[in-house]
Design a protein around this ligand. Sequence first.
Ligand code: ATP
Ligand code: MG
Length: 424
Amino acid sequence: MAEIIRSVRGMNDILPEMTPYWQAVETSLKQILDSYGYQEIRLPILEKTELFKRSIGEVTDIVEKEMYTFDDRNGDSLTLRPEGTAGCVRAAMEHGMFNQQQRLWYMGPMFRHERPQKGRYRQFHQLGVEAYGFSGPDIDAEMILLTARLWKKLGLKDITLQINSLGSTEARLNYREKLVEYYQSNQEQLDEDSQRRLLTNPLRILDSKNPDMQSLNEAAPKLIDYLDAESAEHFEQLCATLREAGIAFEINPRLVRGLDYYGKTVFEWVTDQLGAQGTVCAGGRYDGLITQLGGKASSAIGFAIGLERLISLLEAGGTLPETKGPDVYLVAVGEAAAAQSLLLAESLRDQLPDLRLISHCGGGSFKSQFKRADRSGARWTLILGEEEMSQQHIGVKTMSTGEQQTLAWSELANFLSTSHFDNR
Ligand code: ATP
Ligand code: MG
């Protein structure tokens, strides 16, 4: 027998036993976004490679080694999106959306050629949220409050907020000099990655996941001590709002984002429940990106939630939303009953559009059909056999009690609706 073909490493199937959880989480996310006035934007998964090089930055991990890039049949270099911000900005510029304030979100797969491990995959999913045309710290606070509300709605507790300010471009450049001096005078303690970053992107050394780099990074000069006055004021106002709103946070001076386009506010929601991959949500302000991509100067801020990590965290905390079987499983034995059962099911669906009904297909004995009904988790099993057919009756078994009764076909819809089937 030929060997079966397996999925690409790091690209996972999300199987039917898990999709109800994904759907429930997605529904909660959408409800909250809608309640804050954020609108969905649907973006292509493929973009021109140039877009990511210009936005994310040539010397980031993503562009240096993680992108899925290929030439298409015309010889154009295309890339599977590693994140959504660049494409969202591209779309907003293309459609003149920066003329007005925008609150936007999107959800979908992202692709990065990383080493697969728990919480780190090559295809993963993000909810991305972006706001354009707001320069003050009020929107920064709104976004953080929105995420806090989300965790509350999902019942998440083991998650903490870290914030930092990356300041203006000039402040970052000044700081960069100090940082390079510091690392140069401790060069023997730098790991290989950090040696390389010292030349290309020294701020990223602070983001190192290597425990051996921890103490060196902890003693490094802090960006927050080099902030320009405007960024310092912006940050102070954000902190004040968060305090007034009762949102606990920690100022983490080593918090930098993996992408180059951030300035001023950055934040992450982290947990210690997921091992090394503890960042569930990450975001910040990226005003500079818009001109970098050829647009008129504007303000922008956004965040992304890693959905695999969010769902793992819900699983770890035992707070995955409940899922339920269908309301009804319809069993039909014999040819005539099988034919009739499909019609009966359609008539019930006409009358009760929210009814969740599985109509047995594929025949088989009463016993085997009942087994399926049981396994489906249905609240009621409806039974149509020869005898019921002859009288236009149907057997109704309430699965939780085992109680059985017989109803006329014409009474069925009324019975189900007055028994309050789950109309989800
Ligand atoms: P990390 O430091 O964990 O590599 P990052 O800084 O590269 O994260 P972002 O680009 O900010 O991550 O993406 C936002 C979120 O998307 C992350 O906080 C995480 O929850 C999720 N994420 C990023 N990369 C992956 C991945 N390879 N697999 C699963 N989730 C991911
Ligand atoms: Mg990364």
